[in-house]
Design a protein around this ligand. Structure first.
Ligand code: SF4
Length: 325
Protein backbone atom coordinates (compact mmCIF):
# COMPACT_ATOMS: atom_id res chain seq x y z
CA UNK A 1 0.00 0.00 0.00
CA UNK A 2 1.35 3.42 -0.84
CA UNK A 3 0.30 6.97 -1.43
CA UNK A 4 1.62 8.95 -4.34
CA UNK A 5 0.70 12.25 -5.88
CA UNK A 6 2.12 13.44 -9.13
CA UNK A 7 2.69 17.09 -8.36
CA UNK A 8 2.39 18.30 -11.92
CA UNK A 9 -1.34 17.76 -11.62
CA UNK A 10 -1.86 19.10 -8.14
CA UNK A 11 0.89 21.68 -7.79
CA UNK A 12 -1.43 24.61 -8.10
CA UNK A 13 -3.76 23.39 -5.40
CA UNK A 14 -1.81 21.49 -2.81
CA UNK A 15 0.16 23.72 -0.55
CA UNK A 16 3.05 21.87 1.03
CA UNK A 17 1.44 21.70 4.47
CA UNK A 18 -1.74 20.29 2.96
CA UNK A 19 0.17 17.50 1.29
CA UNK A 20 1.93 16.50 4.46
CA UNK A 21 -1.42 16.59 6.24
CA UNK A 22 -2.87 14.19 3.70
CA UNK A 23 0.13 11.92 4.01
CA UNK A 24 -0.12 11.91 7.78
CA UNK A 25 -3.80 11.14 7.69
CA UNK A 26 -3.27 8.47 5.11
CA UNK A 27 -0.51 6.78 7.05
CA UNK A 28 -2.74 6.67 10.13
CA UNK A 29 -5.39 4.94 8.12
CA UNK A 30 -3.24 2.53 6.17
CA UNK A 31 -6.07 1.08 4.13
CA UNK A 32 -6.91 4.45 2.65
CA UNK A 33 -3.96 4.60 0.31
CA UNK A 34 -4.10 5.43 -3.33
CA UNK A 35 -1.82 6.28 -6.21
CA UNK A 36 -2.82 9.04 -8.60
CA UNK A 37 -0.48 9.51 -11.50
CA UNK A 38 -0.76 11.89 -14.38
CA UNK A 39 0.20 9.98 -17.52
CA UNK A 40 -0.41 12.80 -19.95
CA UNK A 41 -2.29 16.08 -19.96
CA UNK A 42 -5.60 14.28 -20.18
CA UNK A 43 -4.84 10.85 -18.80
CA UNK A 44 -4.81 9.79 -15.17
CA UNK A 45 -3.80 6.49 -13.60
CA UNK A 46 -5.64 5.51 -10.41
CA UNK A 47 -4.36 2.60 -8.31
CA UNK A 48 -4.48 1.52 -4.69
CA UNK A 49 -7.16 0.75 -2.17
CA UNK A 50 -10.08 -0.63 -4.12
CA UNK A 51 -12.89 1.16 -2.35
CA UNK A 52 -11.10 4.48 -2.30
CA UNK A 53 -10.05 4.33 -5.92
CA UNK A 54 -13.55 3.30 -6.95
CA UNK A 55 -14.90 6.37 -5.18
CA UNK A 56 -12.43 8.56 -7.01
CA UNK A 57 -13.30 6.97 -10.30
CA UNK A 58 -16.97 7.54 -9.64
CA UNK A 59 -16.57 11.10 -8.59
CA UNK A 60 -16.46 12.70 -11.97
CA UNK A 61 -18.66 11.89 -14.90
CA UNK A 62 -16.08 13.24 -17.31
CA UNK A 63 -13.68 10.40 -16.55
CA UNK A 64 -13.76 7.72 -19.22
CA UNK A 65 -11.66 4.58 -18.99
CA UNK A 66 -9.37 3.58 -21.87
CA UNK A 67 -7.90 0.23 -22.89
CA UNK A 68 -4.85 0.67 -20.68
CA UNK A 69 -7.08 1.05 -17.64
CA UNK A 70 -6.34 4.77 -17.28
CA UNK A 71 -8.85 7.56 -17.11
CA UNK A 72 -9.43 10.39 -19.53
CA UNK A 73 -10.72 13.79 -18.50
CA UNK A 74 -11.43 17.07 -20.29
CA UNK A 75 -11.15 19.84 -17.79
CA UNK A 76 -8.07 20.05 -15.58
CA UNK A 77 -9.46 22.60 -13.14
CA UNK A 78 -12.73 20.83 -12.68
CA UNK A 79 -10.97 17.51 -12.11
CA UNK A 80 -8.60 19.02 -9.57
CA UNK A 81 -11.42 20.67 -7.64
CA UNK A 82 -13.46 17.52 -7.47
CA UNK A 83 -10.54 15.31 -6.50
CA UNK A 84 -9.50 17.62 -3.70
CA UNK A 85 -13.05 17.82 -2.37
CA UNK A 86 -13.49 14.08 -2.50
CA UNK A 87 -10.14 13.37 -0.86
CA UNK A 88 -10.93 15.73 1.97
CA UNK A 89 -14.30 14.13 2.55
CA UNK A 90 -12.88 10.63 2.47
CA UNK A 91 -10.18 11.57 4.93
CA UNK A 92 -12.72 13.23 7.23
CA UNK A 93 -11.20 16.64 6.61
CA UNK A 94 -14.48 18.45 6.66
CA UNK A 95 -12.92 21.85 7.23
CA UNK A 96 -9.32 22.94 7.20
CA UNK A 97 -7.85 26.12 8.60
CA UNK A 98 -8.00 27.82 5.22
CA UNK A 99 -11.74 27.49 4.81
CA UNK A 100 -13.57 30.79 5.20
CA UNK A 101 -15.67 31.56 8.30
CA UNK A 102 -17.00 35.00 7.42
CA UNK A 103 -19.76 34.67 10.01
CA UNK A 104 -17.08 35.14 12.68
CA UNK A 105 -15.91 38.43 11.18
CA UNK A 106 -17.24 41.96 11.27
CA UNK A 107 -17.56 42.37 7.54
CA UNK A 108 -19.10 45.82 7.75
CA UNK A 109 -15.68 47.14 8.81
CA UNK A 110 -13.66 45.13 6.32
CA UNK A 111 -14.72 43.73 2.94
CA UNK A 112 -17.83 45.93 2.91
CA UNK A 113 -15.53 48.96 2.86
CA UNK A 114 -12.94 47.48 0.51
CA UNK A 115 -10.35 45.75 2.71
CA UNK A 116 -9.50 42.30 4.05
CA UNK A 117 -10.25 41.26 7.62
CA UNK A 118 -7.86 42.29 10.36
CA UNK A 119 -9.41 39.89 12.84
CA UNK A 120 -9.47 36.64 10.86
CA UNK A 121 -6.38 34.97 9.40
CA UNK A 122 -8.57 32.80 7.19
CA UNK A 123 -10.23 35.76 5.48
CA UNK A 124 -10.67 34.50 1.89
CA UNK A 125 -9.34 37.80 0.59
CA UNK A 126 -6.02 36.85 2.22
CA UNK A 127 -6.13 33.06 1.85
CA UNK A 128 -7.64 32.74 -1.63
CA UNK A 129 -6.80 35.78 -3.75
CA UNK A 130 -6.74 33.46 -6.78
CA UNK A 131 -10.37 32.47 -6.26
CA UNK A 132 -11.41 36.07 -5.61
CA UNK A 133 -9.66 36.97 -8.86
CA UNK A 134 -11.41 34.19 -10.73
CA UNK A 135 -14.77 35.44 -9.46
CA UNK A 136 -13.94 38.95 -10.58
CA UNK A 137 -13.11 37.67 -14.04
CA UNK A 138 -16.46 35.89 -14.24
CA UNK A 139 -18.26 39.21 -13.73
CA UNK A 140 -16.53 40.39 -16.88
CA UNK A 141 -16.54 37.24 -19.00
CA UNK A 142 -19.80 35.47 -18.18
CA UNK A 143 -22.53 37.41 -19.96
CA UNK A 144 -25.33 36.09 -17.75
CA UNK A 145 -23.49 36.81 -14.51
CA UNK A 146 -22.57 40.26 -15.77
CA UNK A 147 -26.12 41.17 -16.75
CA UNK A 148 -27.79 39.63 -13.72
CA UNK A 149 -25.42 41.42 -11.36
CA UNK A 150 -26.08 44.76 -13.01
CA UNK A 151 -29.86 44.33 -12.99
CA UNK A 152 -29.93 43.09 -9.37
CA UNK A 153 -27.86 46.05 -8.22
CA UNK A 154 -30.10 48.52 -10.07
CA UNK A 155 -33.19 46.94 -8.49
CA UNK A 156 -31.55 47.19 -5.06
CA UNK A 157 -30.69 50.83 -5.57
CA UNK A 158 -34.07 51.81 -7.01
CA UNK A 159 -36.33 50.22 -4.42
CA UNK A 160 -34.18 49.89 -1.30
CA UNK A 161 -36.35 49.49 1.83
CA UNK A 162 -39.49 50.56 -0.09
CA UNK A 163 -40.11 47.66 -2.45
CA UNK A 164 -41.47 44.26 -1.33
CA UNK A 165 -39.68 41.21 -2.65
CA UNK A 166 -42.41 40.59 -5.25
CA UNK A 167 -41.75 44.03 -6.72
CA UNK A 168 -37.98 43.31 -6.72
CA UNK A 169 -38.74 40.08 -8.58
CA UNK A 170 -40.87 41.90 -11.16
CA UNK A 171 -38.26 44.59 -11.73
CA UNK A 172 -35.45 42.05 -11.97
CA UNK A 173 -37.41 40.02 -14.55
CA UNK A 174 -38.18 43.16 -16.54
CA UNK A 175 -34.54 44.25 -16.38
CA UNK A 176 -33.43 40.86 -17.69
CA UNK A 177 -35.93 41.07 -20.53
CA UNK A 178 -37.95 38.06 -19.33
CA UNK A 179 -41.55 37.76 -20.48
CA UNK A 180 -42.60 34.22 -19.51
CA UNK A 181 -42.42 33.33 -15.83
CA UNK A 182 -42.96 29.96 -14.16
CA UNK A 183 -44.42 29.52 -10.68
CA UNK A 184 -43.47 26.33 -8.83
CA UNK A 185 -45.85 26.47 -5.90
CA UNK A 186 -46.77 24.43 -2.85
CA UNK A 187 -50.28 23.01 -2.70
CA UNK A 188 -50.72 24.78 0.63
CA UNK A 189 -50.13 28.11 -1.10
CA UNK A 190 -52.63 27.95 -3.92
CA UNK A 191 -54.22 31.25 -2.85
CA UNK A 192 -50.83 32.96 -2.72
CA UNK A 193 -49.95 31.51 -6.13
CA UNK A 194 -53.20 32.84 -7.61
CA UNK A 195 -52.52 36.31 -6.24
CA UNK A 196 -48.91 36.30 -7.41
CA UNK A 197 -49.96 35.21 -10.91
CA UNK A 198 -52.63 37.91 -11.00
CA UNK A 199 -50.11 40.61 -10.07
CA UNK A 200 -47.46 39.33 -12.49
CA UNK A 201 -50.00 39.26 -15.32
CA UNK A 202 -50.98 42.85 -14.57
CA UNK A 203 -47.33 43.75 -15.05
CA UNK A 204 -47.48 42.15 -18.50
CA UNK A 205 -45.86 38.77 -17.86
CA UNK A 206 -47.11 35.49 -19.23
CA UNK A 207 -47.46 33.16 -16.24
CA UNK A 208 -47.17 29.36 -16.22
CA UNK A 209 -47.58 27.48 -12.94
CA UNK A 210 -47.21 23.98 -11.59
CA UNK A 211 -48.49 22.69 -8.24
CA UNK A 212 -46.17 20.52 -6.15
CA UNK A 213 -48.61 17.59 -6.13
CA UNK A 214 -48.68 17.31 -9.91
CA UNK A 215 -48.51 13.72 -11.15
CA UNK A 216 -50.26 12.43 -8.01
CA UNK A 217 -47.28 10.18 -7.24
CA UNK A 218 -47.48 8.14 -4.04
CA UNK A 219 -44.78 8.89 -1.44
CA UNK A 220 -44.02 5.19 -1.03
CA UNK A 221 -43.42 4.95 -4.78
CA UNK A 222 -40.49 7.37 -4.53
CA UNK A 223 -38.94 5.57 -1.56
CA UNK A 224 -40.51 7.39 1.40
CA UNK A 225 -41.01 4.90 4.29
CA UNK A 226 -44.69 4.30 5.00
CA UNK A 227 -44.39 5.54 8.59
CA UNK A 228 -43.55 9.02 7.23
CA UNK A 229 -46.72 9.29 5.17
CA UNK A 230 -50.31 10.29 6.01
CA UNK A 231 -49.87 11.75 9.52
CA UNK A 232 -46.85 13.80 10.61
CA UNK A 233 -44.99 12.97 13.81
CA UNK A 234 -46.42 16.21 15.16
CA UNK A 235 -49.96 14.98 14.55
CA UNK A 236 -50.98 16.71 11.30
CA UNK A 237 -52.40 15.23 8.10
CA UNK A 238 -49.68 15.21 5.45
CA UNK A 239 -51.19 12.71 3.00
CA UNK A 240 -49.80 9.98 0.82
CA UNK A 241 -49.06 11.93 -2.35
CA UNK A 242 -45.50 13.23 -2.61
CA UNK A 243 -44.49 16.73 -3.59
CA UNK A 244 -43.10 16.40 -7.08
CA UNK A 245 -40.50 19.11 -7.71
CA UNK A 246 -38.97 16.99 -10.47
CA UNK A 247 -42.16 17.13 -12.54
CA UNK A 248 -42.58 20.82 -11.65
CA UNK A 249 -39.14 21.56 -13.11
CA UNK A 250 -39.61 19.33 -16.16
CA UNK A 251 -43.01 20.85 -16.95
CA UNK A 252 -41.69 24.40 -16.65
CA UNK A 253 -38.68 23.42 -18.76
CA UNK A 254 -41.13 22.11 -21.35
CA UNK A 255 -42.92 25.47 -21.31
CA UNK A 256 -39.58 27.25 -21.91
CA UNK A 257 -40.06 29.75 -19.10
CA UNK A 258 -37.53 32.56 -18.87
CA UNK A 259 -37.34 32.47 -15.08
CA UNK A 260 -38.95 30.30 -12.39
CA UNK A 261 -40.24 31.54 -9.06
CA UNK A 262 -40.43 29.30 -6.00
CA UNK A 263 -43.54 29.74 -3.92
CA UNK A 264 -43.23 27.82 -0.67
CA UNK A 265 -41.54 24.60 -1.76
CA UNK A 266 -40.31 22.45 1.13
CA UNK A 267 -36.62 22.32 2.02
CA UNK A 268 -35.10 19.67 -0.22
CA UNK A 269 -37.89 19.83 -2.77
CA UNK A 270 -36.69 23.33 -3.57
CA UNK A 271 -33.19 21.89 -4.06
CA UNK A 272 -34.41 19.22 -6.47
CA UNK A 273 -36.36 21.83 -8.39
CA UNK A 274 -33.40 24.21 -8.59
CA UNK A 275 -31.13 21.39 -9.71
CA UNK A 276 -33.38 20.44 -12.60
CA UNK A 277 -34.77 23.79 -13.70
CA UNK A 278 -33.33 25.01 -16.98
CA UNK A 279 -34.43 28.58 -16.32
CA UNK A 280 -32.84 30.60 -13.52
CA UNK A 281 -34.67 30.24 -10.21
CA UNK A 282 -35.53 32.76 -7.51
CA UNK A 283 -37.31 32.16 -4.21
CA UNK A 284 -40.26 34.39 -3.49
CA UNK A 285 -41.59 32.51 -0.47
CA UNK A 286 -39.36 30.24 1.63
CA UNK A 287 -41.51 27.71 3.43
CA UNK A 288 -41.48 27.85 7.22
CA UNK A 289 -44.59 26.27 8.67
CA UNK A 290 -43.78 27.40 12.18
CA UNK A 291 -43.61 31.11 11.43
CA UNK A 292 -45.93 31.93 8.49
CA UNK A 293 -43.06 31.56 6.00
CA UNK A 294 -40.63 33.93 7.61
CA UNK A 295 -37.58 31.79 8.50
CA UNK A 296 -35.75 34.81 9.90
CA UNK A 297 -38.45 35.31 12.51
CA UNK A 298 -37.19 32.56 14.79
CA UNK A 299 -33.60 33.75 14.96
CA UNK A 300 -33.98 36.42 17.58
CA UNK A 301 -37.48 35.86 18.88
CA UNK A 302 -38.18 34.40 22.31
CA UNK A 303 -39.94 31.41 20.72
CA UNK A 304 -37.06 30.63 18.39
CA UNK A 305 -34.56 30.83 21.24
CA UNK A 306 -36.74 28.60 23.41
CA UNK A 307 -37.17 26.07 20.63
CA UNK A 308 -33.46 25.65 19.89
CA UNK A 309 -32.47 25.76 23.58
CA UNK A 310 -34.84 22.85 24.31
CA UNK A 311 -33.82 20.98 21.15
CA UNK A 312 -30.07 21.30 21.81
CA UNK A 313 -30.50 20.41 25.48
CA UNK A 314 -32.22 17.23 24.41
CA UNK A 315 -29.45 16.41 21.91
CA UNK A 316 -26.79 16.91 24.62
CA UNK A 317 -28.79 14.76 27.04
CA UNK A 318 -28.98 11.91 24.52
CA UNK A 319 -25.26 12.20 23.77
CA UNK A 320 -24.41 11.98 27.47
CA UNK A 321 -26.68 8.97 27.83
CA UNK A 322 -24.97 7.29 24.88
CA UNK A 323 -21.51 7.93 26.32
CA UNK A 324 -22.52 6.38 29.64
CA UNK A 325 -23.83 3.22 27.97
S1 SF4 B 1 -13.33 40.70 5.62
FE1 SF4 B 1 -12.76 38.66 4.92
S2 SF4 B 1 -13.29 37.28 6.62
FE2 SF4 B 1 -14.31 39.23 7.00
S3 SF4 B 1 -16.35 38.93 6.14
FE3 SF4 B 1 -15.12 39.91 4.55
S4 SF4 B 1 -14.28 38.23 3.33
FE4 SF4 B 1 -15.07 37.33 5.25
Amino acid sequence: MYFFLKFSLFRRIFLLNEVSLYERRLSKRGSNTIRLQLISKTELSIQGNLELSRSIRNLTRELAINKKGNYFFNDHNELENRLIKKLKLMLNMTRNDNDPTCHKCNSINYCAVGRASKILDNCPMKMHPDIEKKAKELYKKDEFVKRSTGVASIVEAKGYIHWPRLKDTIEYAKGMGYTKLGLAFCVGMIEEAKRIAEILEKYGFEVVSVCCKTGAVKKVDVGVPEEYTMISKTGYTIGWITCNPVAQALLLNNSSTDMNVLVGLCVGHDINFTRLSEAPVTTLIAKDRSSPHNPAAILFSHYGKEFFAAELKNIRRLEMKKKKE
